[in-house]
Each structure stands twice: as C-alpha cells, then as structure tokens.
Ligand binder design. Structure first.
Ligand SMILES: *Cc1c(COP(=O)(O)O)cnc(C)c1O
Length: 458
C-alpha cells in the first residue's frame, strides 16, 4: 500500500472553502458556442423567445457568454450543504489492484438520495422557478435520475413537479417512479392522453412505449399551456453546465489544498453536464494559457456523438419542437440501441463542449458496453462503490490510462468524475453477469441515413 499519510483517502473541503460562485466557462472561450436557433425562422433565440418556456433568470444564464462568475444564491448554498462538499477520493485500492504508478482520484457525486450529480442543477432550477413566483415545473425523464433529483428539489421549495416518464422506463423502473412520488411529484407515462401531442402520437402509434423526444414535447406543451408553469431540463443547456461547475470548483480547491496538479481529467458524456462542470475551472486555465490538461470525454460506442457525430445545427429533441443547437450530433431521429446507460443515450451534446472539442481543446473516446461493466465490477470490488453504468464509462478509460502508465512507468495524476450509483440499474448488471449483454455499434450506413435528415441551415 502506498503512503497514505500525506494525501488522505478522501479530501473534503471545509464549509468556508466551498464555492460561492459558479464559474461560467463560456466567458473565457474565444470561440463562443453557437447560439440556439429558432426552428422556424433560423434566427438566434432571444430572451423573449425563451421566456415562455424557461424561467427568467435561467434564460439570462443561458444567454450569458461573458460573465465569468455568477454568485450562488445563499438558499442554494444552504441546500448544497446538506450533501456537499462531495468527497474527492484517492483510489488507493484501485491503484494497488492495477499495480500502476499513476495516482487516481475520483470526485464522487452519488452521495445524495437521487444518486447522481443532477441534484446540483435541479436545486438551482427549482430555486429560480420559486423566486419567479411560479406554481410548478414540468420535465421529462428517461432513466429517472433527473426526475428524481428534480422532485427532491421541488419538494424542498414547495413547487409542483410534473414528470413525463418514458413509458418503457415507467413500467420497467417502478422503484424510480416511487422515489419521485415520495417527494410529491406526479409521474405520467409518456406518451399520455394528457397532451395534444401525446394523443396524436398514441393515435398514430397505438401501443408505443415512448421515447425521450416525445416526453420532452409533452412536458414543453404542458409548461407553455399551463399558467404559472415552466419547463426545466437536466443536461445539455449552458445553464446546467454552469450549475454543475460546482463539481469542478470543489475538485480544484481540494487538489490545490494539497498542491496536486492533475495531468488528465476524464468524465462520461451524455448531454455533457457533469463533464462540463468537472472540467470548467481546469479548462478555464487552459483557455487563459495558465496551465495545460489532457481532457477526455467518454461516450458509449452505441451512441457516439463526439467520435462519430457531425458538427451541425440540429433539433434538441426528437419531437422537433425545441430550438436548434449547433453541436456534435447523430441526428435527432437517431435511436440508439437500448444500451444500459440511459443517461448517455442522447443524440446530441452540449454546445459548449461541442465547440471546445471542435477547437481541439479536449478529446473523446467511445467504449463498448461490456467493457464498461467489466470496469464497473472491477472498481466496485476494490473501491466499494457500486457505480452507475454512465459513471463506469469514465472508470473504464481511467483504468485504461492507468494501465498505460504501468507500461511506461509514468506517474500521471488522473482525475475522473464518478457521477452516481447504480442501485436502480441492477437489471443491467444482471444481464452482464448472465452473459446476455450485447455491444451493438451503429453502422456507418445507419449514421449517414440519420445525418441526411438533419435540418437544412445556412
Ligand atoms: C444523467 C447522468 C449522466 C449523463 O449526463 P451528463 O449531462 O452528460 O452529465 C451521467 N451519469 C449519471 C449518473 C447520470 O445520471
């Protein structure tokens, strides 16, 4: 066992060391992410365009490309205190197991009831909705982590929370649903008879088990047609990356406390919010020319937005009601194979991360599902935590990199984001253990067919 006296197993921050502001990475980007575009007029979306859908202050945050630090309101900091700081853990046991000279750290965001980092933004979005005097919010959820986080946040502020849950998940993940109902949210399987778009889809496709795109369309319809309601989203948007910067700021403060400078930062990427948050202050230094880091996004080979997608304006949803965003995308009609990392099955990617990737400031890797579960299991057996399948994508690449160090003898410092726990994903673990898990990878023809349907812009 390596010497654990100088660097503790877990680095926590004191209350007075916690971030007081979020960091807005866009302020330091020379090439700003392209603006959201109106799907009808192809003009950049203005605050007035976004106001019927989103809360006012969140619209301001969404459009703000210049303010580097945005103060975290005291009420949100008070809530963060209930489950933050999250620990930055030195993975001594994993290092030992791998016999690597690399130093591995992970930032663990699964230490709250919702089980993932999504609560960091849910509480902020609920706060601004409450402040605006709204009655409630609507959203969609696929795998259920976002819906769970949002229902916790809404119950804290006494807001009504209407969740449209993709029907297949509603039926297959009854426990997620019950957690949301425990926190007072109403959960509707989508498509439903409650909305015009839901009734239309059900009439056209009776018996459909739904999709995320359809659930988004229903949630937006209810938000825009019910007085006192707005729609909220758990990833992809700039505002979500802003709130998630608390992850990176804490990580950097904890490392700075012990004079540690990472060489490499790794995170899984679905819509890009945890990774965007984790890397924010490090990427800021890189953009300002103060330091350099290798930054790696990890995505499933079944839904490879960065590594095989195209950089273009596309719809954010399958229902094509939301604005267009310029991002690495597989096409809004692309339906990834039913892999078991629900949070990584999004066709697109944050516009901020897309621009950074396009500018060569970060890398991306795609990994196969069975390799991911193998890494998850290896990690669980030595570090104790049962990781979410999404998080295990980052574990997989962290292990790969640590093994490279073993060959070269380099003592690199690797930091990765462990976004959540996998207790609601045990059916996936079961498939893996029973040898029933597959590794479907889309063909070039499938992707080309999807790219051909991208909206024509410019
Ligand atoms: C939602 C989710 C993700 C992926 O979302 P990002 O916006 O890319 O961070 C990753 N891990 C967990 C545990 C999630 O719930």
């Amino acid at each position: 066992m390596k010497d654990t006296t100088t660097i503790p197993y877990k680095i926590y921050l004191e209350e007075n060391e916690m971030p007081k502001s979020w960091y807005n990475l866009r302020a330091d980007m020379k090439n700003k992410p392209a603006p959201l575009m109106h799907p009808g007029t192809h003009e950049a979306m203005t605050a007035a365009d976004l106001a019927p859908v989103f809360c006012e202050e969140l619209v301001q945050q969404e459009l703000d490309d210049t303010t580097p630090l945005i103060e975290i309101p005291q009420e949100i900091r008070d809530f963060y205190k209930m489950y933050r700081p999250s620990p930055l853990v030195r993975a001594y046991c994993l290092e030992e197991k791998l016999q690597t000279p690399a130093k591995i750290y992970y930032k663990f965001e699964g230490n709250n009831t919702s089980g993932s980092h999504k609560l960091n933004s849910a509480i902020a979005q609920a706060y601004y909705a409450k402040k605006q005097g709204l009655k409630g919010v609507t959203t969609e959820t696929g795998a259920g982590q976002w819906g769970t986080a949002l229902s916790m946040a809404c119950s804290y502020f006494g807001l009504d929370c209407k969740v449209f849950m993709v029907k297949v998940s509603y039926e297959q993940k009854p426990f997620r649903r019950e957690v949301m109902r425990t926190y007072g949210a109403s959960v509707t399987p989508s498509p439903s008879m409650e909305t015009a778009i839901g009734r239309k889809i059900l009439a056209e496709h009776p018996g459909t088990t739904g999709s995320l795109g359809c659930a988004i369309s229903e949630a937006v319809e209810v938000a825009t047609s019910t007085p006192g309601y707005r729609y909220v989203l758990g990833s992809v948007l700039n505002q979500v990356l802003l709130h998630q910067s608390v992850i990176g700021l804490e990580t950097k403060a904890a490392l700075d406390k012990y004079g540690i400078k990472p060489d490499m930062i790794i995170g899984c990427a679905g819509g890009g919010s945890n990774l965007g948050g984790l890397i924010a202050p490090f990427m800021g230094e890189k953009l300002r020319g103060e330091a350099d880091y290798q930054i790696i996004a990890v995505e499933p080979a079944s839904c490879p937005s960065f590594t095989r997608g195209t950089f273009a304006y596309d719809f954010c949803d399958t229902g094509m009601v939301c604005p267009l965003a310029k991002m690495y995308t597989l096409g809004s009609g692309f339906i990834p194979a039913p892999n078991h990392a629900g949070g990584l099955r999004y066709h697109g990617m944050s516009t901020t991360l897309s621009q950074l990737y396009h500018d060569g400031l970060m890398e991306a890797r795609a990994v196969k599902q069975t390799d991911v579960f193998e890494a998850a299991e290896q990690f669980a057996r030595v570090e104790g935590i049962l990781p979410a399948p999404e998080s295990a994508h980052a574990i997989k690449v962290a292990i790969d990199e640590a093994l490279k160090c073993k060959e070269t003898g380099e003592e690199k410092t690797i930091v990765f984001g462990l976004t959540g726990t996998g207790y609601f994903d045990l059916v996936a673990y079961q498939k893996f253990h029973d040898g029933l898990m597959d590794d479907y990878i889309p063909t070039d023809e499938e992707l080309q067919a999807s790219f051909a349907k991208l909206p024509k812009v410019e």
